[in-house]
Design a protein around this ligand. Structure first.
Ligand SMILES: [Zn+2]
Length: 452
């Protein structure tokens, strides 16, 4: 087997690994780059095609539906990919929502750009369109967790990785050798999702993510943190604006709020969910309780505890309501979506708490707020943030250093390839694994290795 590490080598995003064995070629994940440090669109698509030969590629194995793992798939179809995409049922449903949303944003961006351009030659084409997503989606083929299937001489099985709904690590057996692609590895103690599983047998080669390779999660209970924020909002009569990622994070917050409201009725306050994508994904969660720690009744309670906004014009009336109340919105980094509206309308008000619930990439308003830059440039104007900024920790859906080491030990691989992490995370994890006698390596971008 020959492996080429294409994406998520020198960055955390843009996951993509090419595998070639006996004339069968496949990708594990095909994600987009995100954030400002890296180009969203790969500048060297020609080089990429030379590497992976898109038209000859046989299959894509998709670990999960985060954009940095699935966001490139419709583009590959646009460029001539004709194979199938293998993933779990839940990943298929969510990937459709995520890819469509990205296509919509892209079409909007191109439309806006082209409006200002008169020369036909200078007009842009969207990176991919809704039609490309529809074509890609038709080629998605679902597999059940822990049930192996054979394609192109590769025996593959998807093992629950506990990271997010539908997420899997992918085990491949090729001519008596076993390869494991971890995908993103979840936490043991996730609020909503079932924990990761392990196969009984060891593997020969492990390709592993290392997002939290140099960090340990705080032990402070996220429910306790949120509860004390609600208490202070109630006391000071403040509104809480919660920008949160639409997939996983919003549903986790709704679940936490439901638990808190059940335990402490006095903290119950109105919750408004203003994120069309979060509500769409909430419906998929509702259909997938077999993959969750909570049952249908709990999901029903989550839905009853919030009012889902259907039209943007409802926003204005929400902000007229008596405080305290909560608005759960997106995007999680305040880089787009309705979160921008709430930042503009309430960010300058002292009776507002902006609750940041996850990692914030450089260049986003969320990054500014969490790095004490409260003098923003918003809608072509200077803007002073006077709202209280609070960070809620503990909602990450990635395992920390101890959990990553536990994962590697459970599989006892002969060689471990570390991907999907900042430089320092990968280097620290490599050191720790080497101390434990693992042969751990950090592949560079486009590096190929021949494994037998
Ligand atoms: Zn992920």
């Amino acid at each position: 087997m020959n492996l080429t590490f294409i994406g998520a080598t020198e960055t955390v995003t843009g996951s993509m690994i090419l595998g070639r064995t006996n004339g069968f070629s496949f990708l594990v994940d095909a994600g987009l780059y995100q954030g400002l440090d890296t180009p969203k669109v790969d500048q060297s698509e020609k080089e990429l095609d030379e590497l992976i030969k898109i038209k000859e590629l046989d299959a894509i194995f998709l670990t999960h539906a985060h954009l940095d793992h699935c966001g490139y798939i419709p583009r590959l179809f646009r460029l001539g990919f004709k194979g199938k995409v293998y993933c779990t049922e839940e990943t298929k449903l969510i990937a459709k929502v995520i890819m469509n949303d990205n296509a919509r944003i892209e079409q909007e961006r191109v439309k806006k750009h082209n409006k200002k351009i008169t020369k036909e030659k200078l007009k842009l084409e969207p990176f991919y369109s809704i039609e490309d997503v529809t074509r890609a989606y038709a080629a998605f083929s679902t597999v059940k967790f822990n049930q192996s299937f054979v394609i192109g001489g590769v025996k593959a099985s998807f093992i629950r990785s506990g990271h997010i709904l539908g997420a899997a690590s992918i085990l491949m057996e090729i001519e008596a050798k076993r390869y494991l692609f971890s995908g993103d590895i979840g936490k043991e103690e996730d609020i909503l999702h079932l924990p990761k599983e392990y196969t009984q047998e060891k593997v020969d080669y492990l390709v592993m993510e290392s997002t939290y390779g140099d960090r340990l999660h705080s032990m402070e209970s996220v429910q306790d943190q949120l509860k004390s924020i609600l208490e202070s909002a109630l006391k000071a009569k403040k509104r809480i604006i919660i920008p949160a990622f639409s997939f996983g994070r919003s549903q986790m917050i709704l679940s936490l709020l439901t638990d808190i409201f059940n335990e402490s009725k006095e903290l119950k306050m109105p919750v408004f969910l203003d994120s069309p994508m979060s509500s769409e994904i909430l419906t998929i969660y509702e259909m997938s309780t077999q993959e969750l720690k909570v049952d249908k009744n709990h999901i029903n309670a989550m839905k009853e505890n919030c009012r889902i906004l259907e039209f943007p014009k409802e926003r204005e009336s929400i902000l007229q309501k008596e405080t305290p109340y909560i608005v759960l919105t997106s995007s999680g980094m305040i880089s787009g979506g309705p979160a921008l509206y709430y930042l503009e309308k309430c960010g300058g008000l002292e009776d507002t708490i902006i609750l940041i619930t996850g990692y914030q990439a450089r260049g986003t308003y969320g990054y500014d707020l969490t790095h004490e830059n409260l003098n923003l440039f918003l809608n072509e104007k200077d803007f002073e943030v006077r709202a209280e900024i609070i960070k809620l920790s503990g909602l990450s859906s990635h395992g920390d250093q101890n959990e990553l080491i536990h994962f590697a030990k459970a599989y006892g691989a002969e060689k471990v390839f570390l991907v999907h992490g900042e430089k320092s995370s990968k280097e620290t994890l490599k050191e720790r694994l080497s101390e434990l006698s693992f042969d751990a390596v950090i592949p560079s971008a486009s590096e190929s290795v021949e494994l037998d």
